[in-house]
Design a protein around this ligand. Structure first.
Ligand code: FAD
Ligand code: 2HG
Ligand code: ZN
Length: 459
């Protein structure tokens, strides 16, 4: 990158916010899993939308590619630039939204709030809570994951069963396009049917179509009271049966998460309390709300389910019960001796028991080393398939074998984390040729120079 463009970038954001020294740069170049490391000439940290627009205009003029980074908690390698060998001639900056953390006033009547791209999920939720409302998106990375990041990945998370994915929470969006123009669709209207749903298109675009600078999010009303129950269960199908039984009793399912004995042993090793005393192949966490005696209704529903070995319940938020679930990702990262093979898939609900059986034996069937830890948002058919200690040379075979099972069961190779760099080679398993051509046409129309996150999504 030439000194001239670095100077111009510094003129826009201030010299202190153009980082070029190797030590500081390194913190922005490795992803959360440690699996992906890229190279960049600088990290640029704008404060305002206008600064983002000026940065992108400069980059577009000089053919500099841009990797947008929010909280860097993404799990598919999309938040870091390409590795040195991938595109040796590419000049790249990381555009970090770390300084763009403003929150607008909560509209308590319209139930919405504006958030700058770098505001964290937790900050948005706390802001909403101070007005008696809640952010409908929640995930264990809440203190770091950002508004821009959850929209760009169309994150799911633990409340998806109740409120839907991030795309469904986006009322309006402001974004800087690849030519530096500012696109603003900003209306709290719930019904607004004029033309293409561009905010919906940017949700899940993984930094490849525009830099999201601000988001107008819908907010939800929190339940008056919730009960969190954790059950030791013999059968995966018991989860689906209990969700249905609880719904029939008028309870609202706020979250439904499954874990395996191997996962519970692992998080316990790293300090989490075992939520239920009884050993069982699976542990099921269900959070419900409703009117009346929610806990009594829930236990009545549980009584009718076969294969329940033990259950405990607490009024929400029951953070101690949730801890075993929420510490899975971090415990896996600490325990694995090679980069974890992390696959985020979904299958039709009826196929969940078979999927658990088949994913568990993938490494053994291939004759490959690998400890399976499966868990996930079972109510959405979403299984987080993690294999620890897989030798790097076997990573590809293990991934292919999992995706073959997913295809066989009619599932998706990306339930909520996106494609990023990790799954770009397999996008054809998730979409038809015509679909991929249509997506590429959109990409080319909005980013003709392929400057925004090259290598992500399409490889
Ligand atoms: P980053 O990691 O910085 O970026 C992710 C992608 O979004 C990249 O492609 C990046 O280029 C793009 N991007 C970021 N900001 C912008 C912007 N302003 N404009 C355009 N593109 C942008 N994910 C789930 O879906 N559900 C979960 O339950 C969940 N739980 C998690 C738990 C843990 C412990 C961890 C570490 C991760 C978890 N994740 C989960 C993954 C991750 O938190 C989400 O993908 C999240 O949405 C990423 O947000 P971020 O701000 O960290 O984005
Ligand atoms: C979760 O649900 C995240 O906790 C992370 O999506 C999943 O670590 C994983 O595989
Ligand atoms: Zn998840």
């Amino acid at each position: 990158m030439t000194p001239t463009i670095l100077r111009r970038l510094a003129d826009v954001v201030g010299a202190a916010h153009v980082i070029t020294d190797d030590d500081t740069l390194a913190g922005y170049l490795a992803d959360w899993t440690g699996r992906w490391t890229g190279v960049a000439d600088a990290v640029v940290r704008p404060r305002t939308t206008e600064e983002v627009a000026a940065v992108i205009t400069l980059c577009a003029a000089d053919g500099v590619s841009v990797c947008v980074q929010g909280g860097n908690t993404g799990l598919v390698g999309g938040s870091v630039p390409p590795a040195a060998g991938d595109s040796p001639t590419l000049v790249t900056i990381v555009l970090s939204t770390a300084r763009m953390t403003d929150l607008g006033d909560v509209d308590a009547t319209g139930r919405c709030v504006g958030a700058q791209a770098g505001a964290t999920v937790a900050a948005i939720d706390r802001h909403a809570a101070s007005h008696g409302l809640r952010f409908g998106i929640d995930l264990a990375a809440r203190e770091s994951a950002t508004a821009g990041g959850v929209v760009a990945t169309n994150a799911g998370g633990i409340r998806m069963i109740r409120h839907g994915n991030t795309r469904g929470q986006v009322l309006g969006i402001e974004a800087v396009l690849a030519d530096g123009c500012i696109l603003r669709r900003w209306s709290p209207l719930i019904k607004d049917n004029v033309g293409y749903d561009l905010p919906g298109l940017l949700a899940g675009s993984e930094g490849t179509l525009a830099v999201i600078t601000e988001v107008l999010f819908a907010l939800v009303t929190p339940p008056a009271a919730t009960t969190v129950a954790v059950l030791a269960i013999d059968r995966v199908a018991a989860t689906t049966e209990l969700i249905a039984a609880a719904s029939r009793r008028g309870l609202i399912v706020e979250a439904a998460e499954i874990m395996t004995a191997a996962g519970i042993d692992l998080v316990h090793e790293y300090g989490a309390r075992r939520p239920v005393a009884e050993p069982a192949p699976f542990t099921f966490l269900i959070e419900v709300s409703g009117s009346g005696t929610v806990d009594e209704e829930l236990f009545a529903a549980i009584e009718g389910i076969d294969g329940v070995r033990g259950a405990v319940a607490e009024p929400g938020p029951a953070t101690a019960l949730w801890a075993a679930r929420e510490t899975h990702t971090e415990s896996i990262a600490r325990s694995t001796t090679t980069p974890v093979v992390k696959l985020d898939v979904s299958v039709p609900i009826r196929a969940l028991p078979e999927a658990f059986d088949r994913f568990t034996v993938v490494p053994a069937d291939l004759g490959v080393q690998g400890r399976p830890i499966l868990f996930g948002h079972v109510g959405d058919g979403n299984i987080h398939v993690n294999y620890l200690d897989v030798p790097c040379a076997d990573e590809h075979r293990v991934t292919e074998a999992v995706f073959a099972v997913v295809a066989d069961l009619g599932g998706s190779i990306s339930a909520e984390h996106g494609i990023g760099r990790a799954k770009a080679a397999w996008i054809g398993l998730g979409r038809t040729d015509v679909d991929i051509v249509a997506m590429r046409t959109v990409k080319t129309a909005l980013d003709p120079q392929n400057l925004l996150n090259p290598g992500v999504l399409f490889g």
